[in-house]
Design a binder for this molecule. Structure first.
Ligand code: HEM
Length: 498
């Protein structure tokens, strides 16, 4: 029997090789930490390659309690920690100083990761969300030209779809989240993609179903770290993938057809602008789904949570209606200058973004070995080292629920708090990001949310949560962004019916 055919000797060689490699990696890591003058953050204890963490994590995700699971650990580990699982290291933080470093002061030292790019490639491809550096700057400038403003025509488009949405909300048994998601899909496809999906007037929702499937899978793969990269959507959900591909193709076909008809410059949507600038079919397809994810999902989640909270707080709805009655009245449509005057409704939106941050989490990867300002030492106040390529996930929902940062009754949804309270620092309240990668559509999003709430007040005398609507207290579903865990059933009584 040769040396390598004896199972005992072969096992011994493998164990020795793994051991030597581990010791070598450990000593290299120590040197890299020492060179930065800081150590790693607190390490969450693990066993069996972190299998215990993986199991706890997926249990939490299944019960829509992933946010709670991370929040409790972050509190225990001074708000910055390292999870080690399945051979992957993942740093998690909800420390404002670290979020400021990632988003602003050390912006150039972190990037969107290749792993995320691979995991989300069927949804986002190479479009803006996955880009870094110069390429991202150019793409962002183009998106900004289309998304950072509200056009007069956006009022008419939004109003047309809102009327369809109100017809559905007025029927008992319809899920408020579902209706609002369809509203946003119809508005965003019409305004930014040049063709409306008309989901509010159809009973079939194949695009939304396929997208939901792929987003769920991508979020799941992301949590698995390096292991998740090797899974592929085409093995798990080939039909959803095919559907999204066809959907993107249909938008691309129409965009190329419009381009051949010499459109008037200045009147085209972002997708048509990309075609004009010579982007290829694949780029256009990726831009369609990226635009939908950016423009639809966070606004939907905020508006749907707002709707849910209003339905639970008749006193808040009464104040909103009084404001709309005084500033606009119930007989004409709101204008932009009317919306500027809706101070209380703006507080309702701010509070919803605080209590129900629609992204929940965000991620970056250092492009070199770096230090972040906080998370080390016994009190978590010293700098920490994060080595190149380590995934950093920062928790925005848990940041917004840190009672130690001076937010009273942190778990209570109370718009009135904004009359007297403001965050100590802009980095303690981060709904739209700060720094260079701030949300491009913030103004458009605020317009959508304010217009929707103002029109709701004009249309419905009362909105009441029905008993069959499950409690959503502290629960969120992870689908790239955070979404509502359960449907929202509310009785919406039209003014004319009272
Ligand atoms: C309540 C609604 C919204 C919230 C809370 C929100 C929040 C955010 C956040 C936190 C980011 C940064 C993502 C990252 O760092 O990876 C972002 C990016 C972006 N948002 Fe929004 N967003 C909202 C609505 C919108 C709308 C309506 C649009 C389009 C009209 C839009 C367009 C974008 C784009 C294009 C980016 C990518 C920016 C980049 O990578 O440079 N967003 N948004």
């Amino acid at each position: 029997m040769g040396l390598f055919t004896s199972p005992l000797i072969l096992s011994g060689i493998i164990i020795a090789a793994v051991f030597t490699f581990s010791v070598y990696s450990w000593s290299v890591r120590r040197k890299r930490y020492a060179a930065l003058g800081a150590g790693p953050p607190a390490v969450v204890l693990t066993n069996s390659f972190g299998l215990n963490i993986v199991i706890d994590m997926f249990r939490a995700v299944r019960k829509h309690r992933f946010y709670h699971w991370t929040k409790e650990m972050l509190e225990e580990y001074n708000h910055t920690m390292e999870l080690r699982m399945l051979g992957t290291r993942l740093v998690m933080t909800d420390e404002p100083e670290n979020i400021k470093a990632i988003q602003d002061t050390q912006f150039r030292e972190v990037a969107k990761s290749e792993e995320q790019h691979e995991i989300f490639k069927h949804i986002l491809g190479d479009a803006i969300f996955a880009m870094n550096g110069e390429e991202w700057k150019q793409e962002a400038a183009l998106y900004r030209a289309h998304m950072s403003r509200v056009r007069d025509s956006d009022f008419a488009v939004t109003e047309r779809h809102i009327l369809n949405a109100f017809n559905l909300l007025a029927k008992e048994g319809n899920d408020g989240f579902d209706v609002i998601d369809r509203l946003q899909l119809d508005v965003v496809t019409e305004v930014f993609c040049g063709d409306c999906t008309n989901s509010l007037t159809s009973d079939q929702q194949p695009f939304r179903n396929a997208m939901e499937t792929l987003q769920k899978i991508a979020s799941f793969r992301q949590l698995l770290g390096k292991v998740g990269v090797y899974l592929d959507d085409k093995w798990i959900a080939p039909q959803a993938l095919k559907f999204i591909d066809d959907y993107q193709d249909a938008f691309a076909d129409k965009a190329f057809a419009r381009a051949s008809k010499n459109p008037v410059p200045g009147s085209i949507c972002v997708i048509d602008d990309l075609v004009q600038r010579g982007k290829n079919r694949e780029d256009i397809k990726n831009a369609v789904t990226s635009t939908l994810l950016a423009g639809k999902d966070p606004s939907t989640t905020t508006m749907a949570f707002g709707f849910y909270e209003i339905a639970r707080h008749p006193d808040v709805y009464a104040k909103m209606k009084a404001e709309v009655k005084e500033q606009i009245g119930f007989d004409r449509l709101p204008t932009m200058s009317d919306l500027h005057k809706l101070k209380y409704i703006k507080m309702v939106i701010k509070e919803t973004l605080r209590d129900h941050h629609p992204l929940g989490f965000n991620a970056r990867v250092p492009v070199k070995d770096i230090t972040l300002p906080r998370g080390g030492g016994s009190d978590g106040k010293s700098p920490i080292a994060v080595l190149k390529g380590t995934q950093i996930i920062y928790g925005l929902l848990s940041l917004h629920h840190r009672s130690d940062l001076g937010v009273k009754d942190v778990n209570e949804w109370r718009p009135e708090r904004w009359e007297t309270w403001k965050p100590n620092d802009q980095w303690e309240y981060v709904p739209f990001n700060h720094g260079p990668r701030i949300c491009i559509g913030q103004q458009f999003a605020n317009f959508q949310m304010e217009y929707f709430l103002a029109r709701l007040c004009q249309e419905f005398e009362s909105i009441t949560l029905l008993p069959e609507s499950p409690s959503q207290e502290g629960l969120v579903k992870l689908e790239l962004n955070t979404k509502m865990a359960h449907p929202v059933y509310a009785k919406c009584v039209r003014r004319a019916q009272v």
